[in-house]
Ligand binder design. Structure first.
Ligand code: B12
Ligand code: SF4
Ligand code: SF4
Length: 313
């Protein structure tokens, strides 16, 4: 076996869904990032503007790199009793924070690379200036759907994307060039806030995920009404995708399985909570990003949106 095949076998043994290899050169769709930023779709995510140059040329992040090993990490968990518990938490955020879990697992694979001759093996997941979907597509792992997700045939899109930049001269995989969305528009039609400006273009400032996780301050009133009970993140454009409905399988990564829920809480649940208790209950989970103030706002907004649906049904 060659080294690339050994790395893929190790990734599979570690429980990653899939592993592909690409080069660290500029992605072909980098101009789309400039257009997206210029139209203001990043809202208050200023870091995306600051990182734009490096996102458009991943070699700037790790100049010694000759190859990028891209990994997919399954986070899917089905809803208990087949229906979501209210207020809703996006599936990816029901276990331990993936920034810790998946990073630890990437580090294990990076160690394997270092033991096999690499001088550099630097892992990233989500937090770095890395165009992760682009690299995954170029590593042959799937196509970019109309909902902007990386989708893998036979798998769907409920996974995180991690990458390891290395100075090993690994043979790249063939980029994924097919598009399996066809005439389907389910995700575009289902988004409750109308966040898709056109296929493949998301105005993040209208996305429930942005409003509940990234944005500080109040959620604009007309959008509160449309949150469909979500208090953290949103799964709708993934849930309606036929590729997920057909192929999603529960994650085998124990730390990513559900360990907390908001089922049964009232709208003032976080109002009476102190910072210490919040840290104790939700330390190490994705709730740390919006923090206690953000979760107070989110749960109130989630209840307001549920009331609307109760009124209308
Ligand atoms: C900012 C961000 C967000 C923002 C904006 C999302 C967006 N669509 O841009 C918000 C907060 C809304 C968000 C939400 C979510 N996110 Co997010 N997010 C990111 C982050 C940090 C940057 C994405 C970015 O650069 N956006 C700017 C746009 C312009 O870039 P892009 O969509 O990636 O598009 C590029 C390519 O796709 C390509 N391209 C664009 N259109 C087309 C069309 C064709 C035909 C082709 C070939 C290429 C192409 O060009 C673009 C420029 O390079 C990435 C991590 C990372 N480091 O990349 C995670 C990431 C994209 N998010 C992720 C996840 C899981 C989510 C959520 C599902 C979480 C949730 N349940 O709430 C939602 C999904 C919402 C959605 N439909 O995108 C995963 C996606 C995994 C996957 N299977 O694709 C990532 C990769 C994090 C990770 N490491 O796993 N996210
Ligand atoms: S995550 Fe929800 S709000 Fe955001 S684009 Fe998808 S369906 Fe719309
Ligand atoms: S719902 Fe349909 S259009 Fe949207 S990403 Fe999935 S297959 Fe593509």
């Amino acid at each position: 076996m060659n080294l690339a095949a050994d790395i893929k076998a190790r990734a599979e043994a570690l429980g990653f869904l899939a592993c592909g290899i690409t080069d660290p050169g500029p992605p072909p769709h980098a101009d789309r990032l400039d257009a997206w930023l210029a139209r203001g779709y990043a809202g208050t995510m200023r870091y995306l503007h600051r990182q734009a140059r490096r996102r458009k040329d991943p070699r700037l992040s790790v100049p010694e790199s000759l190859a990028v090993v891209v990994l997919l990490e399954n986070y899917y968990s089905p809803d208990d009793a087949g229906a979501p518990e209210l207020p809703r938490i996006a599936r990816y955020a029901r276990g331990e924070d993936y920034h810790h879990v998946t990073m630890r697992r990437l580090q294990t694979l990076a160690t394997f690379l270092l033991e096999h001759g690499a001088g550099v093996a630097r892992p990233y997941v989500d937090a770095g200036p890395i165009p992760e979907r682009e690299l995954a597509r170029r590593a042959g792992l799937g196509w970019i759907g109309k909902n902007t997700m990386l989708i893998r045939p036979g798998v769907g899109s409920y996974f995180f994307i991690g990458s390891i930049f290395t100075d090993l001269p690994l043979e790249p995989d063939t980029p994924f060039t097919a598009d399996h969305c066809g005439t389907c528009t389910r995700c575009l039609d289902a988004c409750p806030t109308g966040a898709f400006v056109e296929p493949h273009v998301l105005d993040a400032t209208r996305c429930i995920s942005y409003l509940t996780i990234e944005q500080r301050g109040p959620i604009p009133e007309p959008l509160v009404d449309r949150m469909e009970g979500f208090a953290f993140g949103c799964d709708i454009c993934n849930d309606v995708c036929p590729w997920n409905q057909r192929f999603a399988q529960p994650t085998t990564v124990a730390e990513l399985r559900p360990r907390h829920s908001l089922a049964g809480v009232d709208e003032g649940f976080f109002d009476s909570m102190e910072e210490d208790e919040f840290r104790q209950r939700y330390g190490g989970t994705a709730f740390e990003r919006p923090g206690l103030a953000g979760m107070r706002r989110n749960v109130r907004a989630a209840f307001a949106s549920v009331h609307r649906y109760e009124r209308e049904s």
